[in-house]
Design a protein around this ligand. Sequence first.
Ligand SMILES: [Cu+2]
Length: 161
Amino acid sequence: MEFKTLKVIFKHLFNFLVLSSLSFAASANVVLVDGYVRAMPASVPNTAAYFTLENHTANAVTLIGVNTSVAKEAQLHTIIEENGMVKMRQVTGFSIPSHGSLSLQPTGDHIMLLSLTAPLVVDDKVPLELIFEDGQQLIIELPVLKQAAQRSEQADHHHHH
Ligand SMILES: [Cu+2]
C-alpha cells in the first residue's frame, strides 16, 4: 500500500533516492503533478521553482516552507502589481483547498531559491522538502529546465541579460 502511494506521488520521477527516510503519514494524498526549476545563467545566484500540487485529502493544507540543499534559502513568493510595477513579495503560506490544487508559475506564486550553492544545469534534479502547517513534510524532486515549453510565451517576458 505504501509503495503504491509512493508510485503515484513520484510517477513522473525516476531517480528518487531518499524514499526510505520519509514520513508520508498525513500528506500521502498531497501529490506532485508537475514542476520544474528554471535554469539561469551561472552568474545569476537566484532562481525559482514552479510546481503543481493536488490535495486529495478532506482538509485544506497550507504549504509554509521549503528546505533544499541547492540554495541557502527558499522563500514563498507571490507577484503583485503596485503602481504599475510588477514586484515579488514574500508570503507566509500557500493554502490548498480540500480536493483543490496549487499552481506555482512564473506569473504568480513561486518558490524563490536564493543564493544557490552551485549553478544549476539543465536536467539536474533538485530535491525540495515541502513543509506543511500541520507539520507534515513532502519531498519532491524537480528537473531543471530552461522554461516549460507550454509556458514559453510568459517566460519570455522575464529574460534578463
Ligand atoms: Cu520571487
